[in-house]
Design a protein around this ligand. Sequence first.
Ligand code: NAG
Ligand code: NAG
Ligand code: NAG
Ligand code: NAG
Ligand code: NAG
Length: 228
Amino acid sequence: MRKSTLIFLIYLLFQLISLLPHVASISNCNEPCRNLNDCDGQLICIDGKCHDDPTEMTNICQGNPPVPAPSADGCSPSGNLTCNGTSYPTYSCSPAITSSTPAKLTNNNFSQGDDGGGPSECDGKYHSNKNLIVGLSTGWYNGGTRCNQVIHIQADNGRSVKAKVVDECDSRHGCDEEHPRQPPCEYDIVNASDAVWEALGLNIDDGVVNVTWFEEKKSPVLVLSCTF
Ligand SMILES: *[C@@H]1O[C@H](CO)[C@@H](O)[C@H](O)[C@H]1NC(C)=O
Ligand SMILES: *[C@@H]1O[C@H](CO)[C@@H](O)[C@H](O)[C@H]1NC(C)=O
Ligand SMILES: *[C@@H]1O[C@H](CO)[C@@H](O)[C@H](O)[C@H]1NC(C)=O
Ligand SMILES: *[C@@H]1O[C@H](CO)[C@@H](O)[C@H](O)[C@H]1NC(C)=O
Ligand SMILES: *[C@@H]1O[C@H](CO)[C@@H](O)[C@H](O)[C@H]1NC(C)=O
C-alpha cells in the first residue's frame, strides 16, 4: 500500500469517528443540539435546542412539553401522598451530600412508648434520647449504608456536635397505619435526639432549625472509639 493511501485511510477513519456521536444522538423537541443535523426529522436547532421550524409551520413539538427538569439540587418527588386531604410529595432521593450539606434539624423520640414511633431502622432497637443519635431522610439513609456512620452537625450559632446515624426518616411512606396521620418525611431532614439539640444549644420547642452536616471519614478506629 502506498503511504499516501494509508494516510488517506487514517484520515477517513478519524472523520468517521468524529461523525459517530452525531449519528448516535438525534435530539427530539427541546433537547440539546449544535446544528440542524442533531435534530430529529423536520426539527431545527434554535438556541441550542431542537424546535419546530417556524418557516415550515410544523407542529411536531406541540403537546410535547419539555420534560420537567429535576429541581436545582437534583432530587425530584417520586409521588404524592394525601393525609387529611392535604397532598405531600414523596422522595426516594435527598440533596447531594457535600462537606457542608444544608439540612433541617427536627426532634425524634427514640425511646419505646405508645407514641407510635417504631424502633430504629438500623438495629431494630429503641434508644435513649440521651444518646447523640439521628435519623436521616430516605435518600441520605441510603438503604442503611449510612447506619452507624458518624456525622458532624453544625448549627447557625456556631456550635457543632457529632452524632451517630441509627434510623431512617421515611420520605417515601406516610399517611398510613404504620405512620398514623404522619406525612412522609421531607428529603433533607436530620431527625435528632434531645441530646443532639441540647449539645447544639438549641430549643426543641422551635421544632425545625436549619443546620449543615458532613460525614466523618469512615475509619474503623474512629467508629469504634465513638461509644455513646
Ligand atoms: C403530585 O400531584 C400533583 C397534583 O396534585 C401532580 O401535578 C404531580 O404530577 C404529582 N407528582 C408526582 C411525582 O406524582
Ligand atoms: C418519648 O417517649 C416516651 C415513651 O412514650 C415518653 O415516656 C417520653 O416522655 C417521650 N419523650 C418526649 C421528650 O416526648
Ligand atoms: C390529620 O388529622 C388528625 C385529627 O384531626 C390530626 O391529629 C393529624 O395531625 C392530622 N395530620 C396531618 C398530617 O395534618
Ligand atoms: C421525626 O421522627 C418522629 C418519630 O418517628 C416523627 O414523628 C417526625 O415526624 C419526624 N420528623 C419529621 C420532620 O419527619
Ligand atoms: C432555612 O433555610 C431556608 C433555605 O434553605 C431558608 O429559606 C430559611 O429562611 C432558613 N430559615 C432560617 C430561620 O434561617
